[in-house]
Design a protein around this ligand. Sequence first.
Ligand code: CA
Ligand code: CA
Ligand code: CA
Ligand code: CA
Length: 409
Amino acid sequence: MRPPCLFLSLLLGLVACGDKDVDYIPTDDTGGSGSGDEGGDDTGSGSGDEGTDEDGDGWTVEEGDCDDDDIWVNPAWDEDTSDGKDNDCDGLIDEQFAGMDVARQYVYGRSDILRIDTVSRVEDEISLDDGYAPQDITSGLNGGWAITHDDDPSTAPAFEVELNEGAAVVEVGEDGSCTTLASFTPDETEEGYLAGLAGIDDNPVIRGLVTHPDGYYLTARPGALVKVEADGSTEDVATWVYDFSADPDGYELYAMDLAVDGVTGEVAIAGLLGGFATWDPDTGLTLLRAADLSGSWENWDYSILAAVASKHGGGWYSLHIDYSTGIYSLSRFNLEQGEWVERMTWEESLILPAKLMVNGDNGDVYVTANAGYYHMIFLMRETQDLADDYYNSGTDENGWFFRGLIGRY
Ligand SMILES: [Ca+2]
Ligand SMILES: [Ca+2]
Ligand SMILES: [Ca+2]
Ligand SMILES: [Ca+2]
């Protein structure tokens, strides 16, 4: 069965928004265009090449068929892990979800990357060099990983070891060796005017880190998307109005996290109070939702958009925290409505969620969280309305905090 996102994908030129397992995406979420029927009758009236389906598998190239000469390749298939093809058109060949790598801070010593398999067993702990406090994690351009590091105690907990000063994008080798690629110092002009509101400081300067399929990293300052090349050079590829106090009418977004769609190369920029934009290397920045900060601040949407993730070729998911009610939610961005649509909520007033990751194979969502002596990962599965412990550290040892995580295929 094909999900009804065909109309949207044609409208917006998205190459692949079909999901091979439709059960975890309610069909009303993408707008209900009614054009999601099976078959080739909605591929145009036959004028010109656009919309043709050469292999007759029911999917045109425009709809996301990434090999229109092969019926065993289109977004409706599950991945066959042994045929050397990208059957499900998610940009990965023969992939199989193998678990996740999690950035874990340790306030009394070396932080590490915890490698956890698909049944929540710890496979490996890769100890990082001294002085690094990882926040975000992504796959390294040359193997290993890349992390964001920052020494700010408002987001990095109060470390009892000496940390490297400032914020940086750092490459991490398979053995945990760390090489600073690009350093960021606090910008006097980028002060955290929302700090009091959200309890968030203007440091750590950068938030979010993704590896773009075109071969570079992207991180974000509050008001800019920053490209970090493999040689460490940096460039602001997009900027936006982030300073509410300086420009209350023009306010757009205060960046909190990034995600990248490995299929389309599109990047999501999620902001405080629900602001949301996407960036594409060819078309640039598109502001999809500005936080509504009209009226007095007591009336603002007090939900904090903490993190965003991509299901490759299948939409943007976010983690919201409503500090006024203590309710957390998992939402998905609805492009037609220009709005976050709540999918699951949970209330755990003592547990602070950190980041999320979507399993590109089946849509399961994993959320890192911390609570006192515990650090844990939730597994969230919409079809079962499930928010379950996937990994729980237990209380043996204090001082560990889970931050970012990435899926492994
Ligand atoms: Ca086709
Ligand atoms: Ca095909
Ligand atoms: Ca694939
Ligand atoms: Ca395959």
